[in-house]
Design a protein around this ligand. Sequence first.
Ligand code: VGL
Ligand code: ZN
Length: 195
Amino acid sequence: MHALIIIDVQNDFCPGGALAVAGGDDIVAPINAIMPDYDAVILTQDWHPAGHSSFASSHNADPMTMTQMPYGPQVLWPDHCVIGTAGASFHKDLNVDAADLIIRKGFNPAIDSYSAFFENDHTTPTGLEGYLRTRGITDLTMVGLATDFCVNYSAVDAAKLGFNVTVRMDLCRAIDFDGSLKAATDGMKVAGVSL
Ligand code: VGL
Ligand code: ZN
């Protein structure tokens, strides 16, 4: 059984959004087109309470600077994907109706969650692993935003958990902050992810 996991195709990560990824909206139509090819379609949704600890505004810091959290280094982002806002909604053209499951992440105020499987402490699970295993899913194809953050962390965690993981780089777009795209690509290869 093979699932398509569509990471964070939300307005704030598309052009015009708070944390816009260049070309983020280019991937929407081709992602819709491949949905019927999979046994399951899963969407993830970045979903932060106002004042989230990953927001630069919560630290009186500039966006795109680093801070130290109890769980390790953390990029401080512009406020984005705040629960219930238009920025947190899926891109209007994404075929949300085709999804079997929508998994939200990042709602714990104290911990960011790039990965669809674990929060950034690398131990708090989102529950997605159990969902996939109980549905007999062994193979995952990942697409979405952003290549170097949420797609990367999700793909590496999935590979570590023993899933066969493919990332469709043509259906992802990157933030590419401070060499993050190269680091992510290298890290995914080392983890055994097919790119
Ligand atoms: C993401 C930064 C902060 C992502 C989410 O979806 O890649 N990046 N929150
Ligand atoms: Zn976020």
